[in-house]
Ligand binder design. Structure first.
Ligand code: ATP
Ligand code: MG
Length: 393
């Protein structure tokens, strides 16, 4: 069966009242953006509660489905045959042809569900259901009607044109990117942060990212791994602007000046400060991290509170109450797992103390940070100014 068009189903954005068109337009834009890079010469249009993608040339079906399954906001993708209204007899013929082409094995139960959006159409929905049921049964005697629990629901939508479809391939759900503002993801090479970014993006948030790189303690390969992860997430979010901040001098300075059991927490505070400064420049209104309560010393409730204290912006931590296995499951689903587990060093692991504080005291941490006063502002300024920006697509 060769389809030329798809009907795109969306759920949540259908209920947004007066703002509905903004959401629909954002979804149309995202779909267009994704399909324009593929063969098919697709046009994407909307018509009263429906979005269609229609090809004008040959295309690779699986490739198109894969692309659409990465567009947040889509709940279902229905390969569809769209016909002109050439009269009722023609509709019957086209439906028989559709079933013939779409199902090799006709041994199934079905029901027809017609919807007459065009009230000028001379036959009412109930009658369409009965008539089309009958022609299908006549054409394919192996089929049977079951109105309660059919294998196949054949939908016939009579609009300006007529849409015939019976399959729904699941989409990723969520809200279209570009409908919820912009946030800065602290992206490391681990399992958690790509998942955290993906989850927030799924709610329509545009993502930018910052990675703290510490050459020569962290290698080019570790950086490349983060770029690769950003690209994997970008398959869902669209292009991600990745800020690579050279963190080495700051880390060494903290290492020299502060108690070693407080290194991680002080480093984390500087990461948050720097990420927030870049976020402000980029019009982001929140930060995102992959933190989860109790995962490591720097993620106890006390540590999170002390880290959080430096931020003015809201910090979104979508994984906060997730077990590791639940995070791993999502990372498999979004295809970041294999990259995340590559064994390249993380900038924090090199500088971590054997026994980091697990219940840091804010006053003491602030005291320790006063030892950095001489040079830290200059180092932070330089780190921000000299950051490398990589566009990850
Ligand atoms: P992940 O799997 O995301 O690396 P993790 O379990 O290793 O997380 P931490 O190393 O404590 O945990 O980091 C907590 C969060 O801080 C990360 O999820 C990420 O958002 C941020 N983070 C840590 N290291 C870096 C880094 N080098 N660059 C940018 N963000 C970082
Ligand atoms: Mg990590």
């Amino acid at each position: 069966m060769k389809y030329k068009s798809f009907l795109i189903k969306y759920a949540e954005i259908g209920v947004k009242g007066k703002n509905r068109y903004l959401f629909e337009d954002a979804l149309v834009k995202q779909i267009h953006h994704r399909l324009k890079r593929l063969e098919g010469g697709f046009s994407v249009t909307k018509e009263a509660g429906r979005i269609y993608a229609e090809a004008s040339e040959e295309f690779d079906f699986d490739e198109v489905i894969d692309a659409l399954q990465h567009v947040f906001g889509i709940v279902g993708i229905c390969p569809m045959v769209q016909i002109e209204d050439n009269g009722y007899e023609d509709l019957k013929e086209q439906v028989v042809k559709y079933i013939g082409d779409a199902y090799e094995d006709k041994n199934f139960t079905f029901k027809v569900v017609a919807r007459r959006a065009n009230k000028q159409y001379p036959v009412i929905s109930d009658q369409i259901n009965r008539d089309l049921g009958e022609v299908i049964l006549n054409a394919y005697p192996e089929t049977r009607v079951d109105v309660h629990n059919p294998d196949v629901i054949l939908r016939v939508e009579v609009r300006h044109k007529i849409n015939i479809f019976s399959q729904t391939i699941p989409g990723p759900g969520g809200m279209p990117i570009g409908t919820a503002g912009r946030a800065m993801l602290l992206l490391s090479g681990g399992i958690d942060s790509p998942v955290a970014g993906w989850m927030v993006a799924k709610r329509g948030v545009t993502i930018e990212a910052t990675y703290f790189h510490a050459p020569p303690y962290t290698s080019e390969r570790a950086k490349q791994k983060v770029v690769d992860l950003a690209k994997k997430v970008a398959k869902y979010t669209g292009p991600i602007k990745l800020n690579v901040v050279n963190f080495t001098d700051i880390q060494l300075y903290i290492y020299d000046q502060c108690p070693h059991d407080e290194l991680t927490i002080i480093m984390r505070r500087y990461m948050m400060r720097i990420a927030e400064a870049i976020a402000k420049e980029s019009d982001c209104i929140a930060l995102i991290t992959g933190e989860s309560i109790g995962q490591v010393a720097s993620q106890t409730m006390q540590s999170l509170a002390v880290t959080n204290e430096v931020c003015e912006m809201p910090v979104m931590r979508p994984l906060i109450a997730f077990d590791k296995q639940d995070i791993v499951d999502i990372s498999y689903k979004i295809d970041t797992y294999e990259t995340s587990v590559l064994p390249y060093e993380d900038c924090c692991t090199i500088f971590v103390a054997k026994h980091p504080v697990t219940k840091p005291n804010l006053k003491r941490i602030k005291m320790s940070e006063t030892k950095l006063e001489e040079k830290i502002n200059e180092l932070v300024k330089t780190a921000i100014e000299t950051r490398e920006i990589i566009r990850c697509i």
